[in-house]
Design a protein around this ligand. Structure first.
Ligand code: UD1
Length: 369
């Protein structure tokens, strides 16, 4: 059985790693990794492949940045000939980035089976590009692997057949669980005993200069009580520069380049609080038991709010500062780890794929006789 994994952006890499490892235990499976090149900086991409033990991708389509239409179209036109040449039995796509939907569209037109890892998540906010990517990919996929029950409910509501949906747990947590012993030994940059760890990159937060400026001022206010460590995504760095901060940094904030996976996990584990708009970080903080304030009006990962340590503060700096005060006074929900976030999601995926493939072969054999 030939399986192609398509990945493209930073949050995909920690999801493919455990699935690749679980499938590599089955000698009948041949695996090929295609990197679309959506993320291309060393510290947004290469360093993740190294730390996750993924080696070098078999193919890199080198699409780079661009508008959504251009980037998606470029991935599709470069991926199509490769898919025709490699003729896999199944293509696995991950998460909700442009590379995910682009690869799924190409596969569906060429009648190649698709498995979507991290299916069913919904923010119900169609102004987010990721929500469009999720909705479309899930309509196209043949196998949908969900991380939590809410994913199954969302897919059921959208008319996806229950036979295609498999609740497997969270593959990102698989990687976290596997890496934790290394993370605990990890040397981390010179940070104080107590600190707030910040990441912001969503267009809704960083592309609006007035709001970004207000956020940065609130972070400076937080910085009066607690050190603020802020690894800055390239998109955000560009927008911060437009506000006139240039290379001189921002008083009271420690701005860093994007960090390697292990260093970032070590910081999340040690942080007093994490302030973010990322999807995956809401999940990692829930697993690690670190309080998380999410600067978004909604989340596609509601289980982190219902069960975990996550609080949505919306686009409201007053609420952010109020929740910060509560955390500094020790008042925050300690949370619990959601069911099936146990480090074994990828093994479940591998088992389901092998069963699916043998059922398909059996059916094909029946039709021939
Ligand atoms: C993408 C994903 C988002 C994910 C995020 C994680 C989509 C629609 N969005 O957003 O879901 O949370 O990745 O990082 O797929 N850039 C670089 N170097 C890089 C990559 C990007 O400089 O290696 C810069 C470019 O200027 C680019 C900008 O960052 O224009 C945005 O990159 P892009 O991949 O389009 O989207 P992200 O904002 O990273």
């Amino acid at each position: 059985m030939k399986i192609l994994h398509v990945v493209g952006a930073r949050p995909n890499f920690m999801k493919v790693a455990p699935v690749h490892r679980a499938l590599s235990r089955h000698s009948q499976v041949q695996q090929i990794v295609v990197h679309t090149g959506q993320h291309y900086d060393v510290n947004m991409s290469d360093v993740f492949f190294q730390q996750l033990g993924l080696g070098t991708p078999d193919y890199n389509l080198q699409v780079g940045s661009g508008s959504h239409a251009r980037q998606t179209a470029e991935i599709m036109s470069r991926f199509e000939p490769l898919l025709l040449e490699l003729a896999p039995d199944l293509v696995l796509v991950y998460g909700d980035v442009n590379s995910t939907v682009a690869a799924a569209l190409v596969c569906s037109k060429l009648h190649v089976r698709i498995g979507h890892v991290e299916a069913g998540l919904r923010s119900f906010d169609r102004s987010m590009p990721e929500e469009i990517n999720r909705l479309l990919t899930d309509q196209l996929a043949d196998l949908l692997f969900t991380p939590s029950e809410d994913g199954n409910r969302n897919l059921g509501r959208e008319g996806v057949s229950a036979t295609k949906i498999h609740l497997v747990g969270n593959v990102m947590i698989d990687t976290l669980v596997q890496m934790l012993p290394t993370v605990e030994r990890q040397q981390i940059p010179d940070v104080p005993q107590r600190f707030a760890l910040v990441t912001l990159h969503r267009p809704s937060n960083v592309d609006d200069p007035a709001w970004l400026d207000e956020m940065l001022k609130s972070l400076q206010t937080i910085g009066e009580d607690l050190a603020v460590v802020f690894p800055v995504h390239p998109r955000t760095r560009e927008q911060i520069a437009r506000l006139g901060h240039n290379g001189s940094g921002i008083r009271g904030l420690t701005l860093l380049d994007p960090l390697p996976y292990l260093t970032f996990l070590a910081l999340q584990r040690r942080a007093t609080v994490v302030i973010t708009d990322s999807g995956g970080i809401q999940e990692e903080t829930t697993y690690l038991g670190t309080p998380c304030l999410t600067v978004r009006e909604n989340t596609e990962r509601p289980i982190t709010v219902e069960l975990g340590t996550n609080t949505l503060v919306g686009r409201d700096t007053g609420r952010l500062l109020k929740e910060m005060d509560a955390i500094l006074q020790g008042r925050w929900r300690k949370g619990a780890i959601p069911p099936l976030w146990d480090g074994k999601a990828a093994e479940r995926i591998a088992t389901i794929i092998l069963e699916y493939s043998s059922n398909k072969n059996r059916k094909a054999a029946c039709l021939q006789t």
